[in-house]
Design a protein around this ligand. Structure first.
Ligand SMILES: NC(=O)c1ccc[n+]([C@@H]2O[C@H](COP(=O)([O-])OP(=O)(O)OC[C@H]3O[C@@H](n4cnc5c(N)ncnc54)[C@H](O)[C@@H]3O)[C@@H](O)[C@H]2O)c1
Length: 447
């Protein structure tokens, strides 16, 4: 199939590269000329494992980038919209979606063959039918369901393992306004034989994406609330509590040797310094706002967000146990990205933690294996950036682990060589508390 994808960010570019690799002819349309140039040179503008190899293999063969949306839409049979849908503080911001729909509609004006438009961005239920459809119809002068098809196909990839997620999906959700739209959309995923499909309307497809993210966010805030209570009560370690929950029969199965194999979802049932990223915070807040507007208050999800917005304070509280004032205290921050294997800093818990520590007068030296360039855009010269983990641990009075990078399993050994030992706050409960002398952890230590 000939496919155009509007927006070559995390979702658009990974989708484009993977669909090209599966044999489709793909053009990624992007407004940022730097991204277009890089992609056409085979250089991914984002860090994502597996993406450089996919670009090297497919660029200029099955895949190309372009700034020309009109031509791309005219030259293809299907257009996927993968532009950003941020939260504007009150509700979902559909500016980019509306603009993309207007441009696609204008491009369809003089096109005489059937074209399928698919919303791949995360949009609140009703958006495809009530916002995108009228814009497309008005801009094109044509009718959805007659002259063009309209679908909704949410994306579930996780940054850091996005290529793997796309290539080996657990399910494919296909929403359409009619059978023809669904059948055309099915063709896009023809190379993914055997993967379970959910064929449904666009509203349900939109809802499925929000429910997926809202469930994960709820699990994290649940674990954090229980962790904070455990620490407050004293003599309870949330890691032991959650381990017992993880290996119950609902969340694990027995392997032939009797050991328990836990479901991956248990990784969301762990206490830490909070969730971030480009999806969970904004999607949960958008759903809350949407529910509120629809007359269905989302009380549980309200609490999920409130708990998350407070969670960075646990880290500050644990540090304050050791320092009467944080003014002038030199603190290493380990990890800046919102999760490992990505350079994405959007809504990373490192941001409120560093801002709060800076406000208290602490001096920050930070290390992240790959997110330093992104972090500089946020913190500028207000913090120091270290080139290695070992450098970050030099001459500090305290260390805060924020991101679960594998490299940080080396921290206990490195700390043993440092005297006097700095206070260590494990914001992810990642390391063995027995191996670090001045260990403090969320869900373990009393503030
Ligand atoms: N990042 C994720 O892990 C993830 C996972 C699943 C779903 N989503 C959803 O997918 C959507 C995209 O997310 P993302 O992280 O890829 O965003 P992103 O910000 O990384 O990428 C969006 C891209 O679209 C481009 N763009 C905007 N308007 C355009 C236009 N009119 N024409 C061409 N290009 C345009 C921007 O320049 C940008 O490069 C969002 O709705 C998001 O919620 C994201």
């Amino acid at each position: 199939m000939n496919i155009s994808i509007i927006g070559a960010g995390y979702v658009g570019l990974v989708t484009g590269a993977c669909l090209a690799d599966k044999g489709h002819q793909v053009v990624c349309v992007e407004v940022d000329p730097d991204k277009v140039a890089k992609i056409n040179r085979g250089i991914p503008p984002i860090h994502e494992p597996g993406l450089p190899e996919l670009l090297a293999k497919n660029i200029k063969r099955n895949l190309r980038a372009s700034a020309d949306l009109f031509q791309a839409v005219r030259d293809t049979d299907v257009t996927l919209i993968a532009v950003g849908t941020p939260f504007d503080g009150a509700q979902i911001d559909l500016t980019y979606i509306k603009e993309a729909a207007r441009q696609i509609g204008a491009a369809l004006q003089n096109k005489n063959t059937y074209h399928l438009i698919v919303v791949k961005s995360t949009v609140v239920p009703g958006t495809t039918e009530q916002v995108v459809r009228p814009i497309l119809e008005q801009a094109s002068g044509k009718h959805a369901g007659i002259d063009f098809g309209l679908g909704m196909n949410p994306e579930f990839l996780t940054e850091g393992i996005a290529v793997r997620d796309f290539m080996l999906p657990d399910r494919i959700v296909l929403g359409g306004i009619d059978q023809k739209s669904l059948d055309e959309l099915e063709q896009v995923y023809h190379p993914f034989a055997g993967v379970p499909r959910i064929r449904t309307n666009t509203q349900t497809a939109e809802m499925i994406k929000y429910v997926s993210n809202a469930l994960l966010a709820t699990m994290i805030s649940f674990a954090n609330e229980i962790g904070n209570l455990s620490a407050q009560l004293g003599a309870i370690d949330i890691v032991d509590v959650m381990r017992a929950i993880h290996i119950n029969n609902y969340l694990s199965v027995a392997s032939p040797d009797g050991a328990r194999v836990v479901a991956p979802i248990t990784s969301f049932l762990e206490a830490g310094c909070g969730f971030g990223g480009s999806c969970l915070p904004k999607d949960v807040q958008a759903l809350i706002a949407h529910g509120h507007n629809a007359g269905a208050p989302m009380r549980l999800l309200d609490a999920v967000i409130q708990i998350n917005q407070q969670q960075h304070r646990q880290v500050i509280g644990l540090l304050k146990k050791h320092f009467a004032s944080l003014r002038g205290v030199q603190i290493a921050i380990l990890g800046l990205a919102f999760k490992p294997d990505t350079d994405d800093m959007r809504e990373s818990p490192a941001i409120p933690i560093i801002h709060a520590l800076r406000a208290e007068g602490a001096r920050i030296q930070a290390y992240d294996p790959i997110a330093t360039a992104e972090a500089r855009k946020i913190f500028g010269a207000t913090i120091e950036y270290c080139d290695s983990l070992a450098d970050a641990l030099q001459n500090v009075q305290a260390v805060v682990l924020v991101t679960r990078w594998d490299e940080f399993y080396n921290v206990p050994d490195l700390l043993q060589q440092i005297h006097p030992a700095p206070v260590f706050v494990d914001g992810r409960r990642m390391l063995d508390k027995q191996k670090i002398s001045r260990y403090e952890g969320i869900g373990l230590s009393v503030l």
